[in-house]
Design a protein around this ligand. Structure first.
Ligand SMILES: NC(=O)c1ccc[n+]([C@@H]2O[C@H](COP(=O)([O-])OP(=O)(O)OC[C@H]3O[C@@H](n4cnc5c(N)ncnc54)[C@H](O)[C@@H]3O)[C@@H](O)[C@H]2O)c1
Length: 326
């Protein structure tokens, strides 16, 4: 199987690429290296891997890739990622997360690529009063940011049946908030950020401690994508899956408590004012039932690993732009 991964140098993309290469799939990866190319260091010379530095909005170049390679699947991860990054660059976010996504899907369907796997987000559930209901895939979407609004628009566009010739189809994956170590590390994701801050001796700045959110290890997200690529068409065509594990929904104060348990010298500052109204608990029973998928790693595993790696001096300067999307 030959797979095109967009955003291959990113936090998730670099782990997905390695997972697929370990399974002997051919991978062509594209990325414009917004955060540098370190994510590719362990796979760059892999015999089954080809990297092209490319901007998704360069339609001629994207088209030429499809003309020279017959892809069986596209895993579309490239985006301006996260609420703060999309808020600070709204036009760029629209150009990448919407316009380029629509164009990429059109080129993929024109070239009869069987599977188009789209990275969406559980942020689409937005302000859903987390404690009360578990949000399944058919729940009402209530995006509260430009980032999630663009993801919802892209999902709705991609799932239109008339866009896809016979034997080709999209699959929408709504990832839980990722955590864990990746070759392109992100320290702006809650679990990674809190573990790093305490290990480096910074206070934990906590907003909205009672808000709920689901979490999923980046390696588990990659396993889920691999499963989607190999699943029978009848199980995944035109389907939407939440990607995570129902047991991995946490209130933010529970994450804080776990971090403090790992590092008892941590100081916590409860802050008010930064209004992020997101609050949702998510139901992951569909992916468990259809694809036999469950998370193999827990939030506590990452708190331990990130803390240990920082204590060992493996990451320095976790506040660097390389590790943060905004
Ligand atoms: N990390 C999470 O918690 C999370 C949760 C839900 C959904 N997602 C989705 O997963 C995908 C990957 O997220 P991530 O955490 O790896 O983010 P990331 O920012 O680490 O990776 C995105 C990659 O896309 C590349 N990119 C951006 N614009 C591009 C363009 N115009 N052309 C080519 N490449 C471009 C960047 O250089 C980067 O390497 C995104 O679609 C994101 O919305 C992530």
């Amino acid at each position: 199987m030959r797979v095109l991964i967009t955003g291959v140098a990113g936090y998730i993309g670099s782990v997905v690429a390695r997972t697929l290469l370990e399974g002997n799939l051919s991978v062509v990866g594209i990325d414009n290296l917004l955060f540098g190319g370190e994510g590719l260091t362990t796979i760059f010379t892999h015999p089954l891997f080809v990297f092209r530095r490319a901007d998704l909005n360069d339609t001629a170049l994207i088209r030429s890739l499809f003309e020279t390679s017959q892809f069986d699947a596209v895993v579309h991860l490239a985006a301006i990622v996260g609420d703060p990054a999309c808020r600070s660059q709204p036009d760029l976010a629209e150009a990448v997360n919407w316009t380029a996504t629509v164009k990429l899907a059109a080129v993929a369907s024109e070239h009869l690529v069987e599977r188009f796997v789209f990275a969406s987000t559980c942020s689409n559930y937005g302000a859903s009063r987390g404690a009360e209901t578990l949000m399944a895939e058919d729940a009402e979407l209530r995006p509260v940011s430009h980032y999630a609004t663009l993801k919802v628009r892209a999902e709705q566009h991609l799932l239109q049946r008339h866009l896809w010739p016979k034997d080709t189809f999209p699959v929408v994956l709504r990832f839980a908030t990722a955590h864990g170590v990746s070759p392109r590390m992100r320290f702006d994701l809650t679990v990674n950020e809190f573990a790093a801050a305490t290990a480096e001796g910074y206070p934990l700045d906590v907003y909205n401690p009672l808000s709920w959110r689901p979490y999923c290890h980046v390696a588990d997200i990659s396993r889920a994508i691999e499963k989607i690529l190999f699943a029978p068409t009848s199980q995944v065509a035109f389907e939407t899956f939440n990607v995570g594990d129902t047991t991995e929904n946490y209130r933010k104060d529970a994450i804080v408590a776990a971090v403090v348990q790992r590092n008892s010298s941590a100081t916590v500052r409860h802050l008010e004012g930064a209004a992020d109204p997101r609050d949702y608990r998510v139901d992951f029973s569909k992916i468990a039932r259809c694809l036999d998928f469950r998370c193999s790693r827990r939030v506590n595993d990452t708190i331990d690993q990130v803390s240990s790696m920082i204590e060992a001096g493996i990451f320095v300067d976790t506040k660097s732009w390389r590790y943060r999307n905004a």
